[in-house]
Design a protein around this ligand. Structure first.
Ligand SMILES: [Zn+2]
Ligand SMILES: [Zn+2]
Length: 352
């Protein structure tokens, strides 16, 4: 294997024909030659991703050749063998992604259960609940085992296997709960559990991470071979799936893309609508403020009116007094006039 790896390295550095003498005729490269690694030509070889990590796939036994890769890339989109290679790549990467996804789910379950452990340890009521849960799980496990047995004797192998898998999951859950009960007695277990509580599962590679870890360690993880490897796998998988879709059904692919764009536009429009709604909400809120202000001015106006009324009352009163005085004055002068008349009359008569 080491020799093979060294040969590969030399191939990559100096070209595949490094051993060919200058006067020897070089056989032209054919990418369909089975000696070439399909994965390497499609995108990259997964064997190169996890070298010296726990996910190491070991060295690839095929040749990684840049020239063949270029020829492959230049081949027509709908070349049936090209599509076949791409589909092989999709299958291989999918199975790797599925594996890591399972690992992620398992890791999460583990952390969730250890979270429950802490509760069980600190809370006797929770411990009681756990015991109940264990009993329920035991019942369910027995039922499932019976069902699986029946399915097996009926020849439904797949169903039986599915049931057994479910059964195993429930058993795991039950065992974790049992451990939680033990944790009640075991201080070291409690500490371990509490340490585990501060962990999370990386959504990309399934590694356990410490929440709030130092930036340097976070960076080391993100740049690590395992994390980067799964990242590249996921991206490449998405990309090649699209490439194959387009190659196999170009018309449908274009239709789908257009629909996607349309939906994107719809969601954009919805988002725009949301924005408008938010603006309207703001406006009605400020209208409310406006209303408050209006009520305020109304109150002020009323106050002013009341003041005016009071003033008018005073004015009216004053006016009345004024008028009264006026009337008195007039009355007095009338009397005086009459008096004068009278005198006049008198004098006149006297003159007669
Ligand atoms: Zn390879
Ligand atoms: Zn990761």
């Amino acid at each position: 294997m080491a020799v093979l790896a060294a040969a590969q390295l030399l191939d990559e550095l100096m070209g595949r024909h490094r051993n060919v003498a200058p006067n020897e005729k070089v056989k032209s490269t054919d990418w369909e030659d089975p000696e070439f690694c399909k994965f390497f030509m499609v995108k990259f070889c997964p064997h190169d991703l996890f070298v010296n990590t726990r996910a190491d796939l070991g060295p690839c036994i095929k040749t990684h050749d840049e020239e063949a890769k270029k020829l492959f890339q230049d081949a027509k989109k709908n070349h049936h063998k090209k599509i076949q290679y791409q589909e092989d790549f999709i299958r291989f990467c999918s199975s790797m992604i599925n594996e890591v996804e399972k690992k992620i789910i398992k890791g999460r379950q583990r952390l969730a259960l250890s979270g429950k452990n802490v509760l069980a340890v600190t809370n006797p009521q929770q411990a009681e609940k756990n015991q109940e849960q264990i009993n329920i799980l035991n019942e369910r496990i027995n039922e499932l085992e019976k069902e699986a047995e029946e399915a097996g004797t009926d020849g439904n192998v797949e169903q039986a296997q599915g049931l057994m898998k479910l059964c195993d999951q429930l058993k795991e859950e039950r065992d974790a709960l049992k451990k939680a009960e033990l944790g009640h007695l075991n201080l070291t277990a409690q500490l371990a559990v509490e340490q585990e509580k501060q962990m999370e599962v990386c959504e990309v590679c399934g590694a356990f991470l410490i929440v709030g870890d130092a930036q340097q360690r976070i960076d080391d993880h993100l740049m690590g071979k395992q994390h980067m490897g799964y990242m590249r796998l996921k991206k490449a998988l998405e990309e090649i799936i699209e490439v194959v879709k387009e190659a196999k059904e170009p018309k449908k692919y274009i239709r789908d893309k257009e629909r996607e764009r349309f939906n994107d536009r719809d969601t954009r429009r919805d988002r725009e609508k949301d924005k408008v709604n938010a603006r309207e909400r703001d406006r009605s809120r400020s209208e409310l403020g406006e209303k408050d202000r209006r009520m305020d001015t109304e109150r002020k106006n009323k106050e002013r009116d009341r003041e005016r009324e009071q003033v008018r009352d005073v004015e009216l009163r004053d006016g009345k007094r004024e008028r009264d005085r006026e009337r008195e004055r007039r009355h007095r002068s009338d009397r005086e006039d009459r008096h004068r008349h009278h005198h006049h009359h008198h004098s006149h008569r006297h003159r007669h």
